[in-house]
Design a protein around this ligand. Structure first.
Ligand code: SF4
Ligand code: SF4
Length: 337
């Protein structure tokens, strides 16, 4: 079976899991370690920033996973698909924070707000490669000292390089009102990935339900059965783990399903250990679950451990934690729990 058919089968069996490393996450060391943990834990897709160094880090992480899986008594069923994500202008997934030191009073609130990502240094400089544009620092600043900028990349150049490095699927974050920008970038992705899935990530921050469905319909006319909709609820929600955080995810997926456009659907954005269960209880039949903030958060203490590469017990514990998240979601949406 080819790689496209294999992924199609996973979707048809409604048991696809995607680890979202982060469209703006260019921390190659973190991506490598996350890729190792979640490959052994059974993820089927790794969602990455469109950056060749990040793609190579994920590949290295997968290689290490294959080297170490047998030592942990694990069998990797499917080699994860590498997906890169890009965002059109205005998409927070690809925004970066910048601190205006003229306005900054050095109160430190932004550093506390960013403690999860540790992207702001003690001298109030933002580390671009760690910043994922979540906006938490801006909300914490009472002095208007933080602004966000769109890190424009030359996709025509970078994306073919990502394909050459092993990227198999691509995703466009298309949450803003810019229909023309969405259309152009969508056509580019379809040109670059003619034989596998292309995904459109959508949420209802700016788009009405009607606008969202019109966008899916137009994109489906170009892509057909190779199209995935990543239905985001509350993107970059910070990794909380309750039903309310994941509620909008399930609602967004429900709207796409009710449109009857036959796309594959990932639940995403505000996903956690409760997502699959909530979807099941609401009878929202998604094909897969994609988890970012929460999936990264639960293994953070292992990923940041200096002994990660040398101590198999650290990897073993991390895999146990990750495996639980993967299994519980897949079992819930596939109806096997
Ligand atoms: S919260 Fe605002 S004022 Fe306070 S340290 Fe951060 S940027 Fe400076
Ligand atoms: S809080 Fe979010 S947006 Fe601000 S620096 Fe940290 S990762 Fe970037």
């Amino acid at each position: 079976m080819g790689r496209y058919e294999q992924l199609r089968q996973l979707f048809n069996e409604t048991r696809c899991f995607k680890l979202v490393c982060g469209a703006g996450n260019e921390d190659v060391e973190e991506v490598r370690r996350l890729s190792t943990i979640y490959t052994i834990a059974g993820t089927h897709v790794l969602d990455l920033s469109a950056n060749v160094d990040v793609v190579n880090a994920a590949k290295r992480g997968i290689e290490i996973a294959y080297e170490k899986a047998s030592l942990l008594g694990k069998d990797i069923q499917i080699r994860p698909y590498l997906n890169v994500s890009i965002g059109i202008k205005g998409d927070p997934h690809v925004a970066k924070a910048k601190i205006d030191l003229e306005l900054c009073t050095e109160c430190g609130e932004c550093i506390k707000a960013c403690s999860e990502r540790e992207a702001i240094s003690d001298d109030f400089i933002v580390n671009d490669s760690r910043c994922i544009g979540c906006g938490d620092c801006g909300r914490s600043c009472s002095f208007g000292a933080i602004e966000y900028y769109y890190k424009k990349a030359d996709f025509e150049k970078i994306l073919p390089e990502c394909v050459a490095a092993g990227t198999e699927t691509m995703e466009l974050h298309a949450i803003t009102l810019d229909d023309e920008g969405t259309r152009n970038d969508w056509k580019l992705l379809n040109k670059l990935i003619p034989g596998n899935y292309v995904s459109m990530c959508l949420d209802r921050t700016f788009l009405s339900n009607k606008h969202l469905i019109e966008r899916v319909k137009e994109a489906y006319e170009i892509t057909g059965e190779r199209m995935i909709v990543q239905a985001d609820g509350d993107p970059m929600s910070g990794g909380g783990d309750d039903f309310n955080i994941t509620l909008q995810t399930v609602a967004c997926a429900d709207i796409v399903i009710k449109s009857e456009i036959p796309v594959m659907i990932f639940l995403s954005g505000g996903t956690n250990s409760k997502t699959g269960l909530l979807a099941k209880q609401c009878k929202v039949g998604a094909h897969g679950v994609a988890i970012g903030s929460y999936a990264r958060k639960i293994v953070k203490k292992y990923v940041t451990n200096e002994e990660f590469d040398n101590n198999l017990d650290i990897l073993k514990e991390a895999v146990m934690v990750a495996e639980q998240l993967v299994k519980s979601n897949i079992e819930a949406i596939s109806g096997s729990s």
